[in-house]
Design a protein around this ligand. Structure first.
Ligand code: HMG
Ligand code: MG
Length: 304
């Protein structure tokens, strides 16, 4: 075992977006920027900072344009934001972001609840702005949600997600983040899903986005690592959840992911102590205990 684990992985931090979109109370703009600064300080280099979605649908992120204006910028640091339509792309271009992320669900019901459209109509809408975004020099990432299960429809056929992923790559997405939106995945299922994607897509073009409702996210991530996946989405303190997917708890905690990878000798570029400090900032920013476990500064796993 562990013969194929990558020597280095990319951690894609989603707490400012997936985390703060799900808070009951809207976090003030300057506090959002403070959280992102702490994440940058911890060494995270890919951060999903906010969403250019409708403020009617996600009022918690209505200040997306202002948040982006407050962020520290330097080489090697990439911010991204969710983008559902051409209006979102306009806002992204005005903000100067280098990357956007589109999102769609393999479940018809979840997709309709989340973006008010069928899957096919959503893909048609993507044709209006993914290619123009790429032509304008942006990188576009794509999420495919509910691959491990849907809160409304239960099990989702593998082909439903695969056909979406093919279309997203065809339209210009450089990476597909395979998403367990409600955190129901288990390891054998993960192996079956990942092998189906790896049979069609290069491993660098795949990422995993695992919510951790039942404590199985890291087990699923180990399966992904062993199959050579090298990008994992995570959220400091385990914040997160989709407002239109009941039962979705937070993403895998970045602290847990980095701790495990550190112990496995897999490089992430993230400093665990500073990450713990960023978790404390997250706690202050949201004003309540974090859903993830208590993470202690200075604790190291025994490398094997
Ligand atoms: P709609 O109501 O069908 O469409 O929403 P609309 O075009 O009629 O828009 C409604 C209003 O929003 C209009 O304003 C638009 O102008 C405005 P009004 O005319 O009524 O004053 N609007 C916008 N404003 C600013 N920026 C925009 C924008 N677009 C429209 N880009 C729509 C359709 C897609 C816009 C809506 O359903 C939406 O924004 N949904 C977003 C839902 C969302 O963000 N969900 C959470 C993120 S997904 C997730 O968490 C899963 C993920 O983490 C992976 C996983 O875990 O599985 C990514
Ligand atoms: Mg999510």
């Amino acid at each position: 075992m562990f013969n194929h684990t990558p020597a280095e992985v990319s951690v894609y931090e989603v707490s400012p977006r997936d985390g703060l979109q799900n808070e009951a109370v809207t976090v003030p703009t300057t506090r959002k920027a403070r959280l992102i600064e702490a994440l940058v300080d911890a060494g995270l280099r890919r951060i999903e900072a906010t969403s250019f979605v409708s403020p009617k649908w996600v009022p918690q992120l209505a200040d997306a344009d202002e948040v982006i204006g407050l962020l520290p910028r330097h080489d090697g640091l990439t911010y991204s934001a969710l983008c559902p339509n051409a209006r979102g792309l306009e806002r992204a271009l005005a903000s100067g972001l280098p990357e956007i992320a589109v999102f769609i669900s393999a479940s018809e019901t979840h997709n309709r609840k989340n973006v008010n459209k069928t899957v096919d109509d959503t893909l048609a809408r993507f044709r209006e702005f993914i290619a123009p975004a790429v032509r304008a020099g942006l990188r576009v990432r794509g999420y495919v949600s509910t691959l491990w299960g849907c809160p409304y429809e239960g099990e989702i056929a593998l082909e439903a997600g695969l056909r979406i992923a093919r279309e997203l790559v065809g339209q210009g997405c450089y990476q597909i983040s395979l998403s367990d939106t409600i955190g129901v995945g288990t390891p054998r299922q993960t192996e079956r899903i990942l092998r189906a994607y790896l049979a069609e897509f290069p491993r660098e073009s795949l990422a995993m986005h695992m919510h951790d409702t039942r404590g199985t996210a890291l087990a699923n991530i180990v399966v992904g690592l062993e199959l050579g996946i090298a990008t994992f989405d995570a959220s400091v303190g385990g914040l997160g959840g989709c407002p239109y997917a009941p039962g979705a708890a937070g993403n895998v905690a970045t602290e847990d992911l980095v701790y495990m990878l550190d112990g496995m000798g897999v490089r992430t570029g993230v400093d665990l102590d500073k990450l713990w400090a960023a978790g404390q900032v997250a706690k202050a920013v949201v004003g309540h205990e974090l859903p993830g476990k208590v993470h202690k500064a200075g604790v190291r796993s025994l490398r094997s």
